[in-house]
Ligand binder design. Sequence first.
Ligand code: FO1
Length: 320
Amino acid sequence: MSEGRRITVLAGGVGAAKFLRGLLAVHPNELVTAVINVADDFRLHGLAISPDVDTVTYTLSGLVNSDTGWGRIDESWRVRDELERLGGQTWFNLGDLDLALHLYRTQRLGEGATLTEVTSEVCEKLGIKAHLLPASNHQIRTQLKVQNQGWVDFQDYFVAQQHNVVIEDLRFEGIEAAKAGPEVLSSLANSDAIVIAPSNPFVSVKPVLEISGVADVLRERRTKVVAISPIVGGAALKGPASRMLEELGFERNSVGIASLYRDFAGTLVIDQQDSELAPRVQSEGMRVLVTDTIMDTRDRAAALAEAALGEILISGEGKQ
Ligand code: FO1
């Protein structure tokens, strides 16, 4: 891929982490920045937990549990099992190795460090050369309005209830006051290309886009922005994205994704299984690229990164 070009990726958890792993196989790592969602962060057992930041960190350092896509490989669960015996909270599974990261982050935040600083310290220790930027150092919290329940916190919806409930609305507590983290806006403004990763558009990408200034940069730089649809054949590869599309009033396919991203991204990458949707994505006003978007190996993720970025980095030169 074009050497020397800076790429910024708007990232959620598992899908974004897989995409980034592929991208880093084919692009100089220090030229890649990931702006990572923090709206599913929360506190449990007094610990500061940042699931999306950690999923990306573990994936890029080769430490991720590849069965789940989150948490650590070769994990043990002695603390959780003992906690269960004591009647403590075990609905959110924190493994023994993973706990070390939450302990470290909580201690450093308590000392006055920012999440950006802690993330950079962890990356350095784990040998990650790409820049991982939490989208904000302010507290933003996703909440879902669940049918017959009212507003519930994200991890309650996602993990405790296994997203097996109907949602009617969503909101991001704290978003009005939140500022983008250091270097987030400058990285978006100065990149040669911006990728919206194949993440959940509502709970991973939207809480980043809604931080003051982010959507404006993307709108201004729309021709440099390529989004990758997380929906293949009407289903999300992981998580509740496709049912959320329907529940929130959008088409349950890549045309629904196009209607969400059309103002921010000039190009949408859709899977080859959905090639018949290409003309409808174009009628949403986006260029469309049809390719294999399933990232079950690093090589396939790398090929997706090359396909998605190739055109912007080569033919997009000089365009705004
Ligand atoms: N997801 C689950 O479905 N169940 C869990 O018990 C769980 C624990 C967990 C611990 C640490 C971590 O970094 C992530 C964890 N996740 C778990 C994933 C996480 O809740 C979601 O993938 C994201 O918040 C959504 O992007």
